[in-house]
Design a protein around this ligand. Structure first.
Ligand SMILES: [Zn+2]
Length: 261
């Protein structure tokens, strides 16, 4: 047989796509390649595209999807099916805690798992919402909060743990969280562009407790990695190694581990 079997192709694509930082990301502009990256991640993770509300609720009963209930840091608005993958909920909890801390208001989630039967007329035909890996975040009105959210999402995109696009009708950020990569990132942090743990993210809480004896620094507006290194008698290289960072990009609110001298 000379025709390659489709299963072999799928395995090959999965091997190529999984874990690698997506090339040519780091932009919030929606594009065909961006949509394709999200879709490919959904396929790589072998996620189910739920077709109906019944399917979504069934997945929630099985524990494959979890409920977004809102808390003091975020609320839901107009969400018909407030269910997502567990990794996406961890993302929402961490991001919202930091957003609230930074902006003094709650983050607003406007969409979660949207079954294919509810597909919006203007949404891409390869939307990953039906899998529960994506959420929509309402764009903040405040300029600083909007800028902070853009920077934070870009830095996480830079880490290869999600793909985000900025949409205008209605104004929102569409964010697809890559489950394996995001979980790995959370268990390694320390570093990175989103918030310290809170809520039910027990694995990150353990990491925090374990690292509590180490010196940490919370990044402020206007900080550079170089400046932080100099003030703490260390180097940019050692800071990056201690925090598992792939670039010099830092965002306000980010907590850095300061390596021992
Ligand atoms: Zn969306």
């Amino acid at each position: 047989m000379r025709i390659p079997r489709p299963t072999a192709l799928v395995v090959l694509l999965a091997a190529l796509g999984m874990g690698a930082a997506p090339a040519a990301a780091q932009s919030l502009r929606g594009s065909r390649p961006s949509i394709d990256r999200m879709y490919q991640q959904a396929r790589n993770h072998d996620l189910t595209f739920y077709r109906s509300g019944t399917g979504v609720r069934g997945a929630a009963r099985e524990g494959d999807l979890v409920r977004l209930s809102g808390n003091e840091h975020y609320r839901l608005s107009g969400v018909s099916y407030p269910y997502v993958l567990p990794s996406a909920r961890i993302f929402v909890q961490r991001l919202a805690a930091q957003y609230h801390d930074r902006c003094g208001e709650r983050l607003v989630i406007t969409s979660a798992a949207r079954p294919t039967s509810l597909r919006l007329v203007n949404s891409a035909d390869r939307s990953v919402h039906p899998t529960g890996m994506a959420i929509d975040i309402r764009k903040p009105r405040g300029r600083d909060c909007l800028a902070w959210l853009r920077r934070t999402l870009l830095s996480l995109e830079d880490e290869g743990v999600l793909e985000a696009t900025e949409e205008n009708r209605p104004p929102h950020f569409h964010v697809a969280i890559f489950p394996t990569q995001y979980r790995r990132y959370v268990s390694n942090s320390g570093g990175g562009g989103d918030a310290p743990s809170e809520g039910r993210t027990s694995s990150t809480r353990t990491t925090r407790t374990a690292s509590a004896s180490r010196a940490t620094y919370r990044v402020r507006q206007g900080d550079s990695l170089w400046g932080i290194a100099r003030r703490n008698d260390t180097t940019v290289e050692r800071l990056r190694a201690a925090n598992d960072m792939r670039s010099n990009r830092i965002v306000p609110g980010q907590v850095l581990i300061i390596p021992a001298k």
